[in-house]
Design a protein around this ligand. Structure first.
Ligand code: ACO
Length: 332
């Protein structure tokens, strides 16, 4: 697509993580594990955890401010705020709280839930509003506070996750920088990874019983998720590259959901992408779910390794099960 004003460009990035970091040594005093086990199996060395008063909205808002600064855009110029998250402050939606904190008075705001695929699904969703000419300036956020929903007595899951937020500004542009994408869901495999509501029957009247309770902590079949990721992610990246009319060797950066270093290495191997092109910040942050891709993107942009015109292929995968890939150029 190269019609004037209906292309999509990523023009700003920002991120925020909580100040508190929990190392593998620290987690070893909570559950029977070790730095060696966690680092060897996952590549994770530490994760940042939100304090009770650190809300998802506050982390997201701080990430947005940085992204807006980079794009040289005022909050009042934003048309849409799209918040990809599975851990809202409010089940009715948290994007509105971000809108209020930012003072983005002209923006419509809503949440999108697609777990660790949320940022990629959000990127494609936001792009549609720009390509149809509906909106010009969009804030897309990936943010999660999974520490709220982890069973801190379950060593199979608690070592993996961390909290954080990443944001990008998407703007209408003459040249479309979103070059291709592909998205998938397989709900029949939901059982392998979920954070599900577990209703308890509550009788209101003899003939009226409803369900009330809360969500249960994350449960995961690690081996099934691992198998799913190393098979499906290379496949979907190849499809997205095909749609972009690009080959693997034209990719400057492979930006995968930061779930496990072994998954990233295996995907790189299958695609023939060398390790130096694979972005990884997993050691510091663990798996921050929807935040992981924009957080890693922001770090590399600010470090200067991602240069204008570079081609990035991003792929998110996780609960749903869901997975997706998007190919884009860094515009600035
Ligand atoms: N410390 C020490 N031992 C552990 C730990 C731990 N933290 N966790 C599990 N173990 C033990 C198990 O109890 C088991 O012991 P047993 O054989 O005596 O029962 C043994 O280690 C092997 O367990 P597995 O589950 O088979 O370990 P595996 O090698 O598969 O590694 C892991 C587990 C790291 C979770 C891996 O399966 C994985 O990375 N899977 C993908 C998970 C993922 O990416 N999830 C996120 C994607 S979706 C999203 O982001 C929401």
């Amino acid at each position: 697509m190269n019609q004037p004003g209906v292309g999509v460009a990523v023009t700003g990035t920002g991120s925020m993580v909580p100040a508190t970091s929990l190392s593998n040594e620290g987690i070893s005093s909570l559950v029977e594990t070790s730095d060696d086990w966690i680092a060897t199996r996952t590549g994770i060395r530490a994760r940042c955890l939100a304090k009770p008063e650190e809300t998802l909205a506050s982390l997201a808002t701080q990430a947005c401010r940085k992204a807006l600064d980079m794009a040289k855009l005022e909050p009042t110029e934003v048309d849409l705020i799209l918040l990809a998250t599975s851990t809202p402050d409010d089940l009715f939606g948290t994007a509105g709280l971000v809108q209020a904190e930012l003072g983005a008075t002209q923006a419509v705001a809503f949440d999108l839930t697609a777990a660790c695929s949320g940022f990629v699904f959000g990127l494609v969703t936001a792009a549609q509003f720009i390509r149809t000419g509906t909106y010009q300036n969009i804030l897309l956020i990936g943010a999660d506070v999974l520490s709220r929903w982890v069973d801190w007595g379950d060593r199979r899951t608690c070592v993996l996750f961390g909290d954080g937020a990443g944001a990008v500004v998407l703007q209408a542009n003459d040249r479309d920088q979103l070059l291709g994408f592909e998205l998938r869901t397989d709900g029949t495999q939901n059982k392998y990874l979920n954070l599900a509501y577990h209703p308890e029957p509550k009788e209101l009247l003899p003939e009226v019983t409803i369900g009330q309770n809360t969500f249960h902590p994350i449960t995961m079949n690690g081996q099934e998720v691992y198998r799913f990721a190393v098979r499906r992610v290379p496949e979907i990246i190849e499809k997205a590259l095909y749609r972009a009319n690009l080959t693997v060797d034209q990719v400057d950066w492979l930006l995968l959901h930061q779930a496990n270093q072994r998954i990233m290495d295996a995907v790189g191997d299958r695609l023939g992408i060398p390790a130096e092109k694979i972005i990884s910040n997993l050691a510091k942050y663990g798996n921050t779910s929807a935040a992981s891709i924009p957080l890693a993107l922001d770090e590399e942009v600010r470090r200067g390794s991602i240069q204008p015109g570079h081609t990035i292929v991003a792929s998110g995968f996780g609960a749903g099960l869901s997975w997706g890939a998007a190919v884009f150029n860094w515009a600035r």
